[in-house]
Design a protein around this ligand. Structure first.
Ligand code: ADP
Ligand code: MG
Length: 265
């Protein structure tokens, strides 16, 4: 990419505005998802966090994208107390270092990988635990492969990553939650889409929309990802699809016995 640091910083600001608007629009939807398997605050958390991030970014005199991205992470951590604040904010903060010197195909892959690694190490969740990791993992793997192996342009790679994240979100519905508040429900979490995976998808969709607009639709984005979450071989992944509806009726199988959470509860 040939943009200088100043215009890249402006692009990060534009992306932040788009994400903030989208999460404000989706506040009720995300809260509805969280009311089914959590405590009905994910929409409010994301909305509050990104409004705060936007305020801090507007006050900021950041001249480099890494600096502005870090500001966003810090604001999210301070404004959101739930699991999603430290997971989103802390991981954005930590991954922002990879963007020092500017955003390129290479540093964007490094950012995506560092972000996923930090979410996993902070939340101790793996693919199949019914968390944001289920949207992120296929998205990040697809993005990296598209750039490094298939040598696609970043915009095209991002389009494929968004498609992979969408499949990841769908993949959360039949799973039983193993991490976070939803894990307290045990089998009763089955049949509901994960809120954090969903907000991850919305953010990626907005990044794609902003990137597409910035490049004036120069690249046709018609992405069909060839990496499906189902194809990723993870030993810990249980085959939830085998669950019979009868198993779900009582809701007392082992609900409430797992207490590992990803943050404050
Ligand atoms: P809280 O659960 O504290 O109320 P939110 O409702 O804002 O926080 O966020 C819930 C989302 O956070 C879940 O849908 C899930 O995607 C994600 N999450 C929770 N715990 C973890 C974890 N340990 N690792 C990764 N993601 C997690
Ligand atoms: Mg919640």
């Amino acid at each position: 990419m040939t943009q200088d640091l100043e215009s890249q910083t402006a692009a990060v600001q534009t992306a932040l505005e788009a994400v903030t608007n989208r999460l404000a629009e989706e506040k009720t939807y995300l809260t509805d998802l969280d009311s089914a398997i959590g405590d009905a605050d994910h929409g409010a958390n994301m909305n509050r966090g990104f409004q705060a991030a936007l305020e801090k970014a507007e006050e900021s005199d950041a001249e480099e994208p890494a600096e502005l991205v870090k500001t966003i992470g810090v604001a999210l951590v301070s404004a959101v107390g739930g699991a999603s604040g430290p997971l989103y904010g802390g991981s954005i903060m930590s991954a922002s270092q990879t963007l020092e010197g500017g955003i390129s195909a290479e540093t964007s892959v490094a950012f995506a990988e560092a972000y996923l690694e930090t979410v996993e190490s902070r939340g101790k969740a793996s693919l199949g635990d019914k968390t944001m990791v289920d949207a992120l993992t296929p998205a990040v793997h697809t993005y990296k492969k598209s750039i490094e192996v298939d040598e696609l342009a970043p915009l095209e790679a991002l389009g494929k990553a968004v498609d992979a994240a969408r499949r990841g979100v769908e993949f959360t519905t039949p799973l039983r939650a193993k991490k976070g508040r939803a894990s307290y429900l045990g089998w009763r979490s089955v049949g509901h889409q994960d809120p954090g995976a969903t907000s991850t998808l919305f953010i990626l969709e907005e990044l794609l929309a902003v990137a597409t607009e910035a490049l004036n639709g120069e690249v046709e984005v018609d992405a069909e990802s060839d990496v499906h979450p189902e194809d990723i071989d993870v030993e810990s992944l249980e085959t939830e699809a085998d669950i019979e509806p009868e198993d779900l009726k009582t809701g007392e199988t082992d609900g409430g016995t797992e207490s590992e959470g990803g943050g404050e509860h």
